[in-house]
Design a protein around this ligand. Sequence first.
Ligand SMILES: Nc1ncnc2c1ncn2[C@@H]1O[C@H](COP(=O)(O)OP(=O)(O)O)[C@@H](O)[C@H]1O
Ligand SMILES: [Mg+2]
Length: 377
Amino acid sequence: MTAPRGHAPVAPRSEPVRAGAAAAEVLSELPDPLVILDRGDRIVFANAAAEQFLGASAAWLRLKPLDQIAGLDGRLGVAVRHARATRRAVKEFAIELRLPRAGTARVDLQATPPDAQGSVLVLLHPGALAERQVAAPRASAVVLGNLGAVLAHEVNNPLSGIRGAAQLIEQGAPDESTAALAVLIREEVDRIAGLIERFVRFSELTSRRHGAVNIHEILDHVRRVAEAGFARGRRLSVRYDPSLPPVWGARDELVQVFLNLVKNAAEASGECGDIVIATRFEGGVRTAVPGAGAWQPVPIEVCVTDDGPGISPDVADTLFDPFVSTKPGSMGLGLPLVAKLVTAHGGTIEAGAEGGRTVFRVRLPMADTAAEGPGTP
Ligand SMILES: Nc1ncnc2c1ncn2[C@@H]1O[C@H](COP(=O)(O)OP(=O)(O)O)[C@@H](O)[C@H]1O
Ligand SMILES: [Mg+2]
């Protein structure tokens, strides 16, 4: 077995890797970290990229359990066990790894079903390190949700008092300028009430009723609204996978999600912008259900892409946090709301750049698996 650049892939003595010499050479040359685990989940092969990524030599890696040296939140081990148990390929996104000598990293992972000897091949895509920048929501959107509920409680009552008083003044105003001022007060109160309502939505979303919905009907609606308003004159096209099954979700909320994403795409790509909404089915993608120790498949993928300048490095890490915006006069509440809604659906969202385009990728559960509740690994 040969290895590039002086790295020696780990080769077990007792149980040789069944990839032939030529295949092993190909695997060694792969630019992404790749390891093969034996039936006991110990590393029996690591390519050069894996050595580099894990910051450990071939000798050190030999027969070490991968999850023990790199797993941080247990999802790596769960993914491999899931591939074994179901005998199906597993894809998992944004797994946090602790690297022995190189801090932590976030990777996407693919694991193959076990071969006849029980070996599983694990391919890592170091998303955060590669040219494909990945941003995912953080917990602060949840904090904002609680704050919203408190705000609403404390502020809504006095507001409705102020509004009623302004209406009384308006009706009995002695002159026009007093009436105009009363109208101004009323309109501003309404604006503030609208703003608070948006905050409140952050904390109430999970109680909405979900059902089987047609994602293409939702996206068509979003497209019509966009074309009539903020995306007028832009190229806005759709690429649908016609065989997509129904999504488990709440229609109005999903409209809100994709309106926000298409609006951002329109604002980023400008007058001659090119926006594409694409759907596809990708089996094998699962996401952890927070707090439940369970995994739910999220095979319905919707991507909103645009040909704008891409996500500014200034906001790339905080994209989904509230009040983060590069637009003058903008509140920066669109993406936190989107993240909150998608998460409430048991889905995932990530942002990045692929093939020169800005991509917002949403993954959602499918109606018939989600309706029975998330499956356990
Ligand atoms: N398609 C996109 N291309 C480039 N940057 C984007 C895109 N979508 C969102 N962003 C960035 O994320 C920021 C936050 O978006 P958002 O939460 O919707 O707030 P807002 O649109 O009010 O600024 C935007 O100000 C922009 O910098
Ligand atoms: Mg926005």
